[in-house]
Design a protein around this ligand. Structure first.
Ligand code: ADP
Length: 260
């Protein structure tokens, strides 16, 4: 594992001021994610999954504790940490290609280079035939693909995804899950992926975290070891595996316990 990609949270908590004093939404949390891990986070609504992701992204400052990537403190957003949200936030007045080229353009990447990079990314996500369309001329799945290309074109080493496939139909969702898994495997990215779907967490993750509520905290943290013996399993093979079913029951019991 590459140490310069290690993400470390030490005693990280988050509180918001309220009428009756501060409310802690994330209890002091320690977490280490090694380079190349695919960590999926599940848990009931409001347990702090997005808060955790936004702190890692550098969008939110923790109330206490420190966040480091490769030993360097996180002090704000960074192109090395790409973030994908549930709703694609493409610029409606730009074409798909211009949307993908926007970040590199702002960073001063020369025109030829950014055009080549954008084309490569749009091919990767299967949108190379729609590069001149505006976002409103795309389906929800195509918009999310464009959004993913827009993030990946910056070649972030860490990808943070907050329910990226939550608004998609089942078929598109499964297709994008497969594409993301291939991309992670081929390019060895570090991924933190928030989802409501236990199946999605187990299919994609090398490790699954469950968060509990009041205050938000990690109550379960286990690797998906059942995958290591299966070289390149299909999602159907994984779903039918007895250890997958066992882990799904275990994760589900933890989420249920966190809910009541
Ligand atoms: P999840 O992603 O698991 O649904 P969130 O991280 O979005 O949970 O939210 C965790 C808790 O923090 C929720 O109870 C939410 O209401 C609260 N919260 C989020 N943002 C704010 C804010 N700006 N002010 C006060 N409370 C907030």
């Amino acid at each position: 594992m590459t140490d310069d990609l290690r993400v470390t949270l030490a005693g990280v908590s988050k509180s918001y001021p309220g009428d009756d004093g501060p409310t802690q939404v994330l209890a002091p949390t320690d977490l280490t994610i090694d380079g190349g891990e695919f960590v999926c986070v599940v848990g009931p609504s409001g347990c702090g999954k997005s808060t955790l992701l936004n702190i890692l992204a550098g969008f939110l400052e923790p109330t206490e504790g420190s966040v480091q990537v490769g030993g360097n403190p996180v002090t704000g957003p960074d192109p090395d940490r790409g973030v994908v949200f549930q709703q694609p936030n493409l610029y409606p007045w730009l074409s798909v290609r211009q949307n993908v080229e926007f970040g590199p353009k702002v960073r001063g990447v020369p025109r030829d280079q950014r055009s080549t990079d954008a084309e490569r990314m749009l091919t990767l996500v299967g949108l190379d035939h729609l590069v001149n369309r505006r976002p409103y001329e795309l389906s929800g799945g195509q918009q999310q693909r464009a959004q993913i290309a827009r993030v990946l074109v910056n070649d972030p080493r860490i990808i943070l995804m907050d329910e990226p496939f939550g608004a998609l139909d089942a078929l598109t969702r499964e297709k994008l899950q497969g594409e993301l898994r291939t991309l992670w495997r081929d390019r060895r990215k570090t991924v933190l992926f928030v989802t409501h779907s236990i199946d999605e967490a187990l299919l994609l993750g090398t490790r699954v975290l469950v968060m509990g509520t009041r205050p938000g905290r990690i109550i379960y943290d286990e690797p998906t070891t059942f995958k290591t013996a299966l070289p390149d399993p299909t999602f159907a093979t994984l779903r039918a595996h007895p250890d997958f079913i066992h882990m799904r029951d275990e994760v589900s019991a933890h989420i249920y316990a966190a809910h009541v």
